[in-house]
Design a protein around this ligand. Structure first.
Ligand SMILES: N[C@@H]1[C@@H](O)[C@H](O)[C@@H](COP(=O)(O)O)O[C@@H]1O
Length: 236
């Protein structure tokens, strides 16, 4: 595990963007696993800035996002597809057809999970997966559970997660109750993982996830077993 302490959010964003940038420069056809949430926003901003300066080229990159809410259309500003377009895809030269987010509106969610998992396999797996972390240790939307759910699946979001995400919605009632997420196996099979955590409220869960027992009650704790994990954090 490679632990990198950053001095505040701007520094964290720059350091995380450096890891992604190095990946894309070394392998322009990289498969990037991308994440939503407030933490990666600064990382995307930094990457956009470097793209605009001509330092990084996304034209051959393919992306696969971790998760999406069920029952929300891609045009809905609260959807993760919309988030990715707004915060990243619309500002760089990644080809839209090479960007993938699970379809939360699929009629048959089971089939959508199978399709998404197969898509990742057909791409040859993820080269670098970016992850944030929820206060309960969730990664993607893999919520604390009695076992590690392996592949892409539909989850019932728990109350802490819905409350934490309610800030993006008008009311808590509007926060979807279900989401589709890559599973632990999908994430763990990524060749490299970059976990980012920002703010004093993430210190406790990072401590538990990285240095406590590996348990599905703290989904991120499985990352201790990943052979190429980089964690960039700032608890300021
Ligand atoms: N599904 C996302 C996660 O992928 C993200 O890591 C988490 C933390 O978000 P934030 O970075 O806003 O704390 O929020 C959501 O639940």
């Amino acid at each position: 595990m490679n632990l990198i302490k950053a001095n505040g959010y701007k520094d964290l964003s720059r350091k995380a963007a450096n890891v992604i940038s190095a990946q894309v420069i070394i392998k322009p056809t990289s498969i990037l696993g991308l994440a939503t949430g407030s933490t990666p926003v600064g990382t995307y901003e930094q990457l956009i800035e470097w793209y605009q300066k001509g330092d990084i080229d996304f034209s051959k990159v393919t992306s696969v996002n971790l998760d999406e809410y069920c029952g929300i259309s891609p045009d809905n500003p609260q959807s993760y597809r919309y988030f990715m377009n707004q915060h990243f895809f619309n500002h760089v030269n990644i080809k839209y057809e090479n960007t993938n987010v699970p379809n939360g509106l699929a009629d048959d969610m089971e089939a959508e999970c199978v399709r998404y998992e197969q898509l990742i396999a057909d791409l040859g797996g993820i080269d670098l997966q970016l992850l944030g972390i929820g206060h309960n240790g969730h990664i993607g939307f893999n919520e604390p559970d009695s076992s590690f759910e392996k592949t892409t699946h539909v989850v019932e979001l728990n109350e802490t997660t819905r409350k934490a995400n309610a800030r993006f919605f008008e009311t808590l009632d509007e926060v979807p109750k279900r989401a589709v997420t890559m599973g632990i196996k999908s994430i763990m099979q990524s060749k490299k993982i970059l976990l980012i955590a920002n703010g004093p409220d993430k210190q406790d869960i990072i401590q538990k996830a990285l240095f406590g027992p590996v348990t599905p009650e703290i989904p991120a704790s499985i990352l201790q077993f990943h052979p190429d994990l980089t964690v960039v954090y700032s608890f300021e």
